[in-house]
Design a protein around this ligand. Structure first.
Ligand code: TTP
Ligand code: MG
Length: 343
């Protein structure tokens, strides 16, 4: 039985600021733009005190200012948040080397092999993070990534939620469909049109019907996800049998054609590279890092090993198409995994 842990730091940017400026503890703190709420820009995050009056991520700073003129507004200091993030990731890697880094304040950890209870492992992580950074986090533990991520969000802040398959009907099914990874506003609206609002209602749909509405791949995904089924592996960055290329844009972009052109270029580079070194590969992974450093990856396993530019590019675009581009993009990358030496 797999045991997957998902960890997400609480009000991350705001908590880091409150830690280094203790006079801000207990106060409404809003992080965003260059910290001037009269200028354009959006809220990156807000302390829980500021959330009480309705301030949230992505809200214009000016709106936040209207809601709470007394809040402390601070600029985003990615350098400091990345420094703290590294400390957290190093603690996690010491607990288990199988870690998937999902962004500045999030990660998955495979703890299946550790001979301690889930609760003990979570408490050890919480204590070490608290000791070394002064911050709190929320942890979810479940048989797979899909459920672990939902679990970590269930009792924020400083939460610990352990889910088993038995909890799916009672705890997951009453939740809105949006809680499922990959279900964004568009899918939510489409499902609503079909009379489906909760994960349980989604689970009552026959797979054929979902495929009819959402295509084979996503329809099948929804069918399984609504049942809490997810066999996706952790994508660790030290996988030796892979090759990757990525590009950080000079300016964050929402230009689809520009991103597509970049992805096509990266596919070509990676295929040239594989041909030169004599490798063939079977899985294609596309990674997108958004302006807020959140990372989304989508992978496709091909039916056969290949070094065909056309097959690899097609798979890359299929993966790219499954990523919801609702925020500006900072980086795009491609990786070919399961490499084999050509004989
Ligand atoms: P989140 O984990 O989504 O938010 P959070 O850690 O601030 O709060 P929570 O306790 O609910 O987890 O995002 C992590 C950091 O990423 C957040 O502190 C700031 C940044 N971020 C943005 O810059 N813009 C955004 O729209 C979001 C959602 C996050
Ligand atoms: Mg967080």
């Amino acid at each position: 039985m797999r045991r997957i842990l998902h960890i997400d730091m609480d009000a991350f940017f705001a908590a880091v600021e409150q830690k280094r400026h203790p006079e801000l503890i207990g106060k409404p703190v809003v992080i965003g733009g260059d910290g001037d709420p009269t200028k354009r820009g959006v809220v990156s995050t807000a302390s829980y005190e500021a959330r009480k009056v309705g301030i949230h991520s992505a809200m214009p700073l000016r709106t936040a200012y209207k809601l709470c003129p007394d809040a402390v507004f601070l600029p985003v200091d990615y350098k400091e948040y990345s420094r703290v993030s590294k400390i957290v990731k190093n603690i996690l890697k010491e607990i288990s080397p199988t870690m998937e880094d999902v962004g500045i304040d999030e990660a998955f950890l495979d703890i299946s092999q550790i001979e301690k209870s889930s609760e003990d492992i979570a408490n050890e992580i919480k204590k070490r993070i608290k000791d070394e950074t002064g911050l709190t986090c929320s942890i979810g533990i479940a048989p797979n990534k899909l459920l672990a991520k939902i679990a970590s969000d269930m009792q924020k802040p400083d939460g610990l939620t352990i889910l088993t398959e038995k909890d799916i009907a009672s705890l997951i099914w009453p939740m809105p469909v949006r809680k499922l990874q990959g279900v964004g506003p568009k899918t939510e609206a489409h499902l609503k049109g079909m009379g489906i609002e909760t994960i349980g209602e989604l689970a009552s749909m026959p797979v054929d019907k979902l495929i009819e509405h959402f295509g084979k791949s996503f329809g099948h995904y929804l069918y399984e996800a609504s049942r809490g089924i997810d066999e996706s592996p952790l994508i660790t960055h030290w996988e030796p049998k892979s090759t990757s290329r990525e590009v950080t844009f000079q300016k964050d972009t929402d230009n689809w054609q520009f991103m597509a052109k970049t992805l096509a270029g990266l596919s070509k580079e990676i295929v040239d590279d594989m041909r030169q070194t004599g490798f063939i590969g079977k899985t294609v992974t596309v990674k997108v890092k958004f302006h807020d450093f959140k990372v989304v990856t989508r992978a496709k396993t091909l039916d056969n090993y290949t070094v065909s530019l056309e097959e690899i590019r097609r798979a890359a675009f299929e993966c790219f198409g499954r990523i919801e581009l609702k925020k500006k993009v900072r980086l795009i990358g491609i990786r070919i995994g399961k490499l084999e030496k050509m004989v």
